[in-house]
Ligand binder design. Structure first.
Ligand code: BG6
Length: 360
């Protein structure tokens, strides 16, 4: 049941602190250890997924590549053929699918398995097709997700991927035991932080959605781990509010997309507490110079620096970039939700989309 919420999507957005807590409580050390060992034995890691699961994969890729220096490649499941020749015996493929049934991902799993790869599934549905055909499984414990647009399955996928990256980090010596412990402590704080962000931003986001509902197009910009985060934010707006939304790395504006920006064009910036904050300030200024309508998700410690340039400031906690996507996506989910409602659409049942696509 919707438990008093007007839509499943809103209920599921609000359930995320609980879903992450359940996922943390359900972590099976034995399963993680096997996965870590399989990854340590492989030369290359491929990550595959479709839609939101692909975006979770890109966040995981960022951690494995930039934090650990592992040879990681992330691809949309239906594009698996590009890598068939690049996979060697014993390489690992992480297949992400909340339903565990998406045909594109299943087909890719079968093809890579035939090439000798070991498959690690990350799924929310126990014993679904992809976990059944995989060598190892890590489950998210988000509970059933009814809304077609993935929300709590995404943030729990990110939780599992971040923990996996930390465990690989400590196993390879890239992270010290102390670094690992403090990062795990930080993950334990996510549910509380996320709850605060919902409480603090929901009213503001709802007011903003009235404005957004009249727009035809929007950009979502970030740098670093903020790029896949922005891709997921844009997908949410597109799939349920039917507003064209595009995400790209903020540094690319001047190489093309800024040509489209005119007065009041909406741009959503995800500014993180990382090495990119100064460069992001420059990117916000270049949009400001075109009189864009700028929405900024800003860590509290940088609010003073950015506020003047922003039309709407959504204050985020100043947190380690590695866990920022889990927190930052929530106001963007709410923005898509309230914009869809303001436009008169049912966010639970977007046109032309199905929760699980089982035919190619
Ligand atoms: C889609 C859903 O078609 O499948 C998306 O509408 C989802 O919301 C995508 O992200 C992938 O699904 P899954 O189950 O493989 O994670």
């Amino acid at each position: 049941s919707k438990e008093g919420y007007p839509h499943f999507m809103l209920k599921e957005i609000h359930e995320q602190p609980l879903a992450i807590n359940s996922t943390l409580a359900g972590i099976e050390e034995g399963a993680f250890n096997k996965v870590v060992n399989a990854i340590l034995d492989s030369r290359k890691i491929l990550i595959i997924g479709a839609g939101t699961s692909y975006h979770a994969g890109l966040v995981g890729d960022y951690l494995l590549t930039s934090m650990l220096g592992l040879d990681t490649h992330t691809l949309i499941s239906s594009e698996y053929r590009k890598y068939l020749n690049a996979v060697n015996d014993g390489d690992t493929v992480i297949a992400i699918s909340q339903s565990g049934e998406t045909i594109d991902t299943l087909v890719a799993v079968r093809a890579f398995k035939e090439r000798g790869a070991k498959i690690i599934a990350i799924s929310n549905v126990i014993d679904s097709a992809i976990p059944r055909e995989s060598n190892y499984v890590l489950y998210t414990r988000a509970g059933p997700e009814i809304g077609v647009a993935a929300t709590k399955t995404f943030t729990t996928q990110l939780t599992v991927l971040t923990i996996l990256a930390l465990k690989i980090g400590v196993a390879t010596g890239k992270l010290t035991t102390n670094e690992y412990r403090s990062a795990m402590d930080m993950i334990g704080k996510i549910p509380g932080l996320l709850q605060n962000v919902i409480t603090k931003t929901e009213g503001k986001v709802k007011a903003l959605s009235e404005h957004m509902s009249k727009k035809q197009s929007a950009y979502y910009l970030g740098r670093g781990i903020g790029v896949p985060l922005s891709m997921e934010g844009a997908l949410k707006l597109k799939e349920i509010a039917y507003i064209h939304a595009e995400a790209y790395p903020a540094g690319e504006s001047k190489h093309g997309p800024i040509a489209l920006v005119e007065e009041n064009y909406p741009v959503v910036f995800s500014i993180l507490d990382d090495d990119n904050a100064d460069a992001m300030l420059g990117n916000v200024m270049e949009m400001k110079a075109r009189d864009a309508y700028i929405i900024g998700l800003v860590p509290d410690k940088y609010v003073g620096k950015f506020r003047e340039l922003l039309n709407v400031t959504l204050e985020m906690p100043s947190i380690d970039y590695r866990v920022a996507p889990v927190i930052y996506i929530v106001p963007m989910q709410l923005l898509a939700y309230y914009t869809a409602v303001a436009r008169g659409y049912d966010p639970d049942k977007p046109r032309n989309l199905a929760k699980t696509v089982t035919v190619e």
